[in-house]
Design a protein around this ligand. Structure first.
Ligand code: GLN
Length: 539
């Protein structure tokens, strides 16, 4: 029986301070000490999951292998620790309420008035302990979305207060705040941190560790002052200074003994500091890479968070190819027949991004055409793959009106069509083809060579698919279906073997690329882009 310990990570002062990265770093450091860990996120919004949220509001929607649409922080957890998350690693207020209301309807609480306290908070507590109770984790790290002081976060904080009391020395709270620098005064200000800790204390939670996000080095006097005002030990005040890459954060935290401090608070032996060898080698390689390879991301959202996992997968693949990937956002809504040459020519490789709906589609098609005609390394992901297929049907097979039935329900040439089991779905939330499925790679294909094996497993998030009625037509004319679902014959990968690197995947390989296990497709794509840059097509 493992005596599971619980680490709660809360945030104050402002959002976007990097709570996800701090949680992932704590996970990484404890894992390096040989502990079994998992990281979960509790989000205070009412959506059941972020699947229906606009990426402008919430960034990318990350998908777990077991098919849950989740917050993008779960992507950081997996990239840092290599430990797969599940549908139980991301819980929203919406899900908590749904479950409580279902129980009420079933009659589970018969006779009782259902209230936020204790019914909602009990449900939260149950979910917070769930993974620790079901699996043998030494540590369950729980990140709370939002900022202390938000009305929505209150039930989560009340649950933590109760759990800290019930679990005693088995639980700690790490609170992340911000120390702003006032340029005019030339001073770093601790007042917002003091206020945020007071707010937490007024809810009955005494943080055990404070992580102070800052753009300037914090003096030991300042840290002592914070410790004094906030009832925290001086060594439990840690700074989180801006880093050239998020992957440096575990090292900075280890240098300040964040992991050791947490272990001490939990009455656990500290022992030797782990070397983090492979992680350091990755970072060394990253620092040594100076040459740049330019990758264009053709998509309709001009913000990095919307394609977070793609950015990170490319950047990891760059390091393993000893290059720096410079990702350039190319807004597909602004791409036209007039400017496509100029926009794409300068890139060494192009990713055609995933997405939903008509907006920006024409630009993606133009990009696919340009890349195909100029043999530019091109990686189409999900909708990106579907665009490759439509472009090929229109310009090579001669079906000028070819389309996806997502964009034009009546198209006579629906080369991309709604999946059979999606036809009668009316609810949009959580009903796509989601999560990990097997795919069999065709002998002799480029992808088979890249993966080096026949059966792979990749994560999905889509409703539409390649229409098998057209398969022969495509294959006769040079675009082959290189990966198939072995059970239901869905086309998972297309490629054009006559080009140096032109591959589209119906699945999302970006969800499973991690720092220590970069994804083979991204590795090979970036390699092809480097070859193209250096004037060698690699064919
Ligand atoms: N909109 C497309 C579909 O539903 C692609 C989805 C995606 O790119 N994730 O099939």
């Amino acid at each position: 029986m493992v005596d599971t310990k619980y680490i709660f990570v809360t945030g104050g002062v402002a959002s976007s301070l990097g709570k996800g990265i701090i949680s992932a770093s704590i996970g990484k450091l404890l894992q390096a000490r040989g502990y079994n860990i998992t990281i979960q996120k509790f989000d205070p919004y009412l959506n059941i999951d972020p699947g229906t949220l606009n990426p402008y509001e919430h960034g990318e929607c990350y998908v777990t292998d077991d098919g849950q649409e989740t917050d993008l922080d779960l992507g950081h957890y997996e990239r840092f620790t290599g430990v797969q998350t599940t549908r139980n690693n991301n819980v929203t207020t919406g899900r908590i309420y749904q479950s409580v209301i279902e129980k009420e309807r079933r009659g589970d609480y018969l006779g009782k008035t259902i209230q936020v306290i204790p019914h909602i908070t009990d449900e939260i507590k149950r979910d917070m302990l769930y993974l620790g109770k079901r699996n043998h984790y030494d540590f369950v790290i729980t990140e709370i979305g939002g900022t202390v002081g938000d009305i929505e976060s209150l039930p989560f904080l009340e649950a933590i207060r109760q759990l800290k009391w019930e679990l005693g020395h088995k639980a700690v709270c790490v609170h992340l705040t911000y120390v702003p620098y006032l340029a005019a005064a030339g001073e770093l200000k601790t007042k917002p941190t003091q206020h945020s800790v007071k707010e937490l204390q007024s809810l009955g939670i005494q943080p055990d560790v404070l992580v102070l996000r800052t753009e300037h080095e914090l003096s030991s006097t300042l840290k002592k002052k914070v410790a004094n005002f906030c009832n925290v030990a001086p060594e439990a005040v840690v700074q989180s200074l801006d880093q050239p890459t998020i992957y440096e954060v575990p090292l900075r935290m280890q240098e300040q003994e964040l992991d050791a401090t947490i272990l001490r608070k939990l009455d656990m032996p500290v022992g030797e500091t782990p070397g983090l060898g492979p992680w350091r080698s990755f970072l060394n390689r990253r620092h040594q890479a100076t040459e740049i390879v330019n990758i264009g991301l053709v998509g309709k959202y001009d913000l990095q968070d919307a394609y977070k996992s793609i950015f990170e997968s490319l950047s990891q693949a760059g390091t393993y190819n000893d290059y720096k990937v410079k990702a350039h956002f190319i807004n597909s809504e602004k791409l036209t027949a007039e400017n496509v040459d100029k926009e794409i020519e300068a890139m060494d490789g192009i990713v055609i991004c995933p997405g939903f709906g008509q907006r920006g589609m024409d630009g993606k098609l133009l990009a696919a055409q340009y890349c195909r005609e100029h043999d530019k390394p091109t990686f189409g992901i999900c909708l990106g793959m579907q665009m490759m297929v439509i472009e090929y049907a229109r310009n090579v097979l001669g079906y000028a009106d070819a389309n996806s039935s997502e964009m034009d329900q009546k198209t006579p040439h629906n080369v991309i069509d709604i999946m059979e089991d999606q036809k009668n779905i009316t609810n949009l939330g959580g009903t796509m083809r989601l999560g990990g499925y097997e795919c069999s790679l065709i002998e002799g294909s480029k992808v088979r060579e890249i993966y080096g094996r026949e059966i792979i497993r990749e994560r999905h998030r889509h409703r539409y698919e390649f229409n098998n009625d057209y398969r022969q037509d495509f294959e006769k004319n040079g675009m082959i279906c290189a990966g198939m679902n072995p059970e239901c014959d869905l086309v998972e990968i297309v490629e054009i073997p006559s080009l140096s690197w032109y591959i589209g995947t119906q699945f999302h390989p970006e969800y499973s690329s991690t720092v220590l296990k970069p994804h083979p497709l991204f590795l090979d794509f970036v390699k092809a882009a480097i070859l193209a840059k250096n004037g060698n097509s690699g064919k």
